[in-house]
Design a protein around this ligand. Structure first.
Ligand code: SF4
Length: 262
């Protein structure tokens, strides 16, 4: 009976996201942001700060962060808090690889809007029901914990008509984690070919986006792009369940991509 009284006392725990914004989602330290009008940074400082080469500088010595390479170690926010800050919010997924690079330019925004529209028109039929096949292509296991959480009472993706399936033949989406293990290249290709078209491929996590700290080693590629055409990129090491959900909603055109508030 204890669980019954506890349920009554605590009420409904399931998020209303995306119908309503969720303060819990917005509290996640989800990605690194560059402050407005930051001081310049040299290329050498950028290299010394970031262990994964996620930080680069442009011709005017202004810093850029590639969230698809960022492992959220926090070295940059501790070392140069005048330039880098922890961005909060969970809407971090993007329909193009360049969408993970901040700050964005006006040109990037136009290109991403076009990509988003194209994807939404391809996947309009997925809006009411979506079947997801998860594939581990060399993950460290952290992304899998967050994916499993999508099924718990807090996130409960079944309420959105989203379901995991064991067979690629029943799948609309391939949700792929891992840095791209070389041994997974052939199985991944076979899984992709066994999936009915149109299929949306989501790279889930920094390792999947860029290979992370093990990029281009004897055992792994530099992320999934070398193995399969990716439609949606979800950064994070690991991405939170809300960020994964954002990627799934983008894949079906049920949500427009928004910037992350710093
Ligand atoms: S938090 Fe990300 S961008 Fe900053 S130093 Fe670590 S890996 Fe690099």
């Amino acid at each position: 009976m204890a669980w019954f009284w506890r349920g009554l006392r605590e009420g409904m725990v399931t998020t209303r996201y995306p119908k309503r914004p969720d303060t819990y989602a917005n509290a996640f330290p989800a990605a690194i942001a560059v402050r407005e009008a930051p001081p310049p940074l040299t290329a050498r400082e950028a290299t010394e700060l970031c262990p994964t080469r996620a930080i680069t500088v442009d011709d005017a010595d202004m810093a850029q962060v590639d969230r698809g390479r960022c492992i959220l170690c926090g070295r940059c926010t501790r070392g140069r808090p005048d330039i880098f800050t922890q961005g909060h919010g969970s809407e971090t997924a993007a329909p193009g690889r360049t969408g993970l690079i901040v700050p964005q330019t006006a040109g990037d925004d136009t290109a991403l809007t076009a990509l988003r529209k194209d994807l939404a028109s391809r996947t309009a039929r997925f809006r009411r029901s979506l079947h997801i096949r998860h594939i581990d292509a060399g993950s460290d296991g952290s992304e899998e914990w967050e994916i499993a959480a999508l099924l718990n009472p807090v996130y409960d993706i079944h309420r959105l008509g989203m379901f995991f399936t064991a067979s690629p033949r029943h799948a609309d989406v391939l949700l792929i984690t891992g840095a791209g293990a070389r041994g997974m290249a052939a199985p991944l290709r076979r899984t992709y070919e066994a999936t009915a078209q149109p299929v949306v491929v989501i790279a889930a996590g920094t390792d999947a986006c860029s290979g992370g700290v093990y990029a281009d080693s004897y055992a792994t590629h530099s992320g999934l792009a070398e193995m399969v055409d990716v439609d949606i990129w979800v950064p994070g090491s690991p991405p939170s369940p809300f960020s994964l959900l954002h990627g799934l909603l983008l894949a079906t055109g049920r949500l427009t991509a928004k910037g992350l508030s710093a």
